[in-house]
Design a binder for this molecule. Sequence first.
Ligand code: TRP
Length: 352
Amino acid sequence: MGEKKEVILSGIRPTGRLHYGNYFGAIRHFLRLQETDARCFYFIADYHALTTISEPENVFEETINMLRTYVACGLDPNRAIIYRQSDLPCTAELALLLGMITNIGHLERGTTYKDKLSKLQEDPKAEGNPLSYGLLGYPVLMAADILIVRADQVPVGDDQRQHVEMAIDIAQKFNHRFGETLHIPRAVGRDALRLPGLDGAEKMGKSEHNTLDLLDDRETVLKKIRAVETSTDPLPLHSDSDDPDVVIPQMPAGVGVLYRLLHLLAPEEVYRDFLGKYRRREKFYGMLKNTLAEHVSQFNAPIIERYNDPANSREFVLAFLRENARRVTPIALETVEACREAMGIGHSLYRA
Ligand code: TRP
């Protein structure tokens, strides 16, 4: 014992185009973790995507292009094991088994389900799927994802913490009823950055249509950044601190977004210099926007280039997905078989 590698797992929703919120919320953590000697599993939650998709649009093609973007950002399929959830269909079997010991009341307190329920109560004709069994069971499937590879750590954003905690509860309950079978992950503790949207809204998100995308070219970047609302009068800063978490919340929303991005992308002195201008109330928003657009374009340029690299092709992605599904399957089957055994139905008679 003691030498077992730390197992890290996280799931990625297949959303197609990736934006700065995705990058600073998740991707950069994935890049950092792949440099450690932990064993990293990142999978595309394509079964989960079906809980919100109203038309069978191209989850598959979106997945491929999203993975090409991940690779372009530096995620290395040789270091991190990247696979598709639906290529590990025994996850669904584990979810079914776990569902047998999960209380409906517990699931009804799940955030994804509750949000959908309250949206439907506000507007019963709201687009999208009705409340489904699949949506209610979202945390059970997520528990299966986590437990099937015996994860130690599950880095997620704040909005997913509750789901990870539910997975821990389900695993503990299972072990309590059927004996020590499932590996219990550690509770998550991470200060995920939530990037505001270009419209100043609290969150940058695809469905909010307020994103700055990693594949945006120079012209698009400039257009989007110039459109950020900065005409509100500057508010005074009640602090001498340069700490973005202290001063940015005191600025008008649009201006705050620009400073947040500048702090993430530009050298510290550039950020400080513009903070000084803000304090002195100089006329500088045009310059701030141009400077920021330049940094964003420079950040995007190599990503766009690697995205379009002929080696980073659809075939390349398909090849590593196939290979990784093959690598993860035996690990996953071991967990599922152990659970079947523990629950009394015994091993599958047809699997090797
Ligand atoms: N629900 C997560 C999200 O919306 C994605 C996800 C699915 C996940 N299964 C997971 C994350 C397991 C971590 C672990 O972002």
